[in-house]
Design a protein around this ligand. Structure first.
Ligand code: ZN
Length: 246
């Protein structure tokens, strides 16, 4: 029956192939995970804009800091506009990395190239001008993109970061135990796990603490930032992280 799906497969391959070709210059590859040879994983947290609530999971951030857990955050421009103190707090933590997540959390594939560029560039510009930070990572809102997005991200010199493990943490029907077990079952060497730090995940902090025990302490997987993960194994730094975490 597989041949019936050929047109779909072809179009998927076309996208993948376009990405791989563009990846030749080093910036356009759509990244879902790091090298499988490294016993390292990246915990990542999106900061999508919120309509109500604080929009910031302070207990989660405090917990990450207390365990000295490297983490990568993807900040939307609209979220940054109402969370100046929180942006500064995240930037001040040396083992946190800051990436961007679009200006208004738009569906990028519905936009033309100019509007995609404006959406992607918004928080990059804000980070540079307001905070003196040069972002190098981008994650598209909803994980949605098309060939234009890949090209725009490449032209802006950003790395295009998705994930290969979904926590599903904003889903109120997902229990702490179920989330912990599904993530633990899906994680491999080099995995990038997506969570939210905007307060929309009722169990995010608890699950991250559970996974710290399961994956870091018990399995010996090193938590690293996305940039560190993509650089490959760095035993000295990883070892240091574990020592300090205990
Ligand atoms: Zn988002």
């Amino acid at each position: 029956m597989r041949h019936r799906r050929l047109p779909v497969l072809l179009s998927t391959c076309t996208i993948l192939f376009a990405g791989l070709v563009a990846a030749g210059d080093g910036a356009a590859q759509v990244i879902r995970s790091g090298p499988g040879a490294c016993k390292a994983i990246a915990f990542t947290f999106d900061l999508c804009p919120v309509r109500e609530g604080k929009g910031y999971d302070a207990p989660l951030i405090d917990s990450l800091i207390a365990s000295r857990m490297p983490a990568t955050f993807f900040l939307s421009g609209r979220w940054m506009a109402t969370h100046d103190a929180e942006v500064r707090a995240l930037l001040a933590v040396p083992f946190f990395e800051i990436g961007t997540h679009g200006q208004v959390h738009a569906h990028l594939s519905a936009l033309d190239a100019d509007r995609q560029r404006a959406e992607i560039q918004g928080p990059v510009t804000r980070l540079r001008t307001e905070y003196g930070n040069q972002a190098t990572l981008f994650r598209p809102p909803y994980g949605e993109y098309d060939d234009l997005t890949v090209e725009v991200v490449r032209s802006l010199g950003l790395q295009f970061v998705l994930w290969n493990v979904v926590s599903g943490d904003p889903d109120p029907r997902l229990s702490r135990t179920r989330m912990r077990e599904s993530i633990r079952a899906a994680v491999r060497n080099g995995s990038i796990i997506v969570f939210h730090a905007n307060g929309k995940g009722p169990h995010t902090r608890a699950v991250v603490e559970d996974l710290y025990q399961d994956l870091v302490v018990n399995l010996g997987l090193q938590p690293v930032t996305v940039t560190e993960l993509l650089k490959g194994c760095e035993p000295e730094r990883s070892h240091d992280t574990v020592e300090r975490s205990r």
